[in-house]
Design a protein around this ligand. Structure first.
Ligand code: KG4
Ligand code: ZN
Length: 340
């Protein structure tokens, strides 16, 4: 039987967002994220700066999460934290903080795999959002990840495809950088793509066997294409920006949908749950809807605040593990390359 009245604090610090969240049973009471702006001027996350910013943010972010949830720390039943994967310097901040808090309060400590958390975010109780039934396929797409996972139960997950180089968000962001757009460029490419012709320019899709992905060749193809065109017409980017964005987005979505088609064919599973920042992309959302019509898929997209890096997803995993009595010891260590 489910225990009632459980409060868990979730802490996330794997990359450049310092986040804390309180979950009461399966429902989120607070979800606080401090996004580090410092990286924008570098066009990507600088690990050392991220770690330092986490150290500054963690106490205020956790305090705010408790305050917004309207509880005090003595009411917590456990502290859940991201153990990995991620940047070591960033992970260490959340890990050490969670350990000392749990120790000080004399409550269990729960270690969480960030990639599992992106998937289990679908199980947060949220009105208007349906939970996917097992088994389902989860596609996690963000600035740091590109993975297709077969999910048979909360903690039985198998990675069936992943990127061998860049993540899909990097394909958006690096293409944007070539075009002179700000960081991260995904949202602007999405906005401009709506105004452009997706077939204006053709980029070849990388050929990667099976369900794995590769995006580094795509980025190079965009670079060479732009260099060639700009040589012939220095105003090429300005004159064609919307069409270039639409064509880039069209190609990236094609790559993702091709792999999903193959994954559903190989597994026979047609329930598809997506997560990660790139799932905000309007083109990918439309393509998934089309897949419902064309291929009989059922697709699930969580509430946006639970899909980019956040601590609510850490808190829900904390809650599920708490119910199983699956706790970590005080000597648990952060793991930058933790696997599902
Ligand atoms: O999940 P997230 O917030 O952070 C991690 O990378 O873990 O994802 C950020 C990524 C960035 O690469 C950003 O460009 C991309 O998600 N992104 C988008 C859109 N919104 C965010 N990419 C395409 N279209 C969007 N609308
Ligand atoms: Zn993430």
């Amino acid at each position: 039987m489910k225990e009632q009245n459980i409060y868990i604090l979730g802490i996330e610090s794997s990359c450049d967002d310092t986040a804390a969240s309180v979950i009461h049973n399966g429902k989120i009471l607070s979800n606080v994220v401090a996004t580090q702006k410092i990286h924008e001027e570098f066009g990507g996350v600088v690990p050392e700066l991220a770690s330092r910013a986490h150290q500054q943010n963690i106490v205020p972010v956790v305090s705010q999460a408790l305050k917004k949830a309207n509880i005090n720390k003595e009411q917590l039943h456990a502290v859940a934290f991201t153990r990995g994967p991620g940047l070591m310097g960033s992970l260490l901040v959340g890990t050490s903080f969670a350990k000392s808090l749990a120790y000080g309060l004399n409550i269990p400590l729960i270690d969480v795999n960030h990639m599992q958390a992106h998937i289990l975010a679908h199980f947060i109780d949220e009105e208007g959002f349906e939970k996917p039934p097992f088994p389902f396929l989860a596609m996690t797409i963000s600035g740091g990840h590109t993975q297709i996972v077969r999910v048979d139960s909360y903690f039985e997950m198998t990675v069936i495809g992943e990127t061998i180089d860049d993540a899909v968000g990097e394909a958006f962001d690096k293409s944007g950088k070539i075009l002179g757009l700000g960081y991260p460029a995904g949202p602007e490419i999405d906005k401009r793509a709506k105004l452009g012709n997706p077939k204006a320019f053709k980029f070849t899709k990388p050929k990667v066997a099976g369900l794995n992905f590769s995006f580094s060749g795509f980025k190079t193809a965009v670079l060479y294409f732009i260099q060639r065109e700009v040589k012939a017409n220095p105003n090429f980017i300005a004159e064609n920006l919307n069409d270039i964005c639409a064509s880039i987005q069209f190609t990236i979505i094609g790559i993702l949908i091709d792999k999903l088609k193959l994954a559903t064919k190989e597994t026979g599973i047609k329930h598809i749950a997506i997560g990660g920042g790139v799932s905000a992309n309007s083109g990918i959302r439309q393509a998934l809807k089309d897949g419902e019509q064309k291929f009989g898929w059922t697709t699930y997209v969580p509430k946006f605040e639970f899909t980019t890096d956040n601590a609510a997803m850490i808190a829900i995993v904390g809650y599920l593990k708490y119910l199983d009595g699956d706790f970590a010891e005080q000597d648990v260590v952060a793991s930058a390359r933790l696997k599902i």
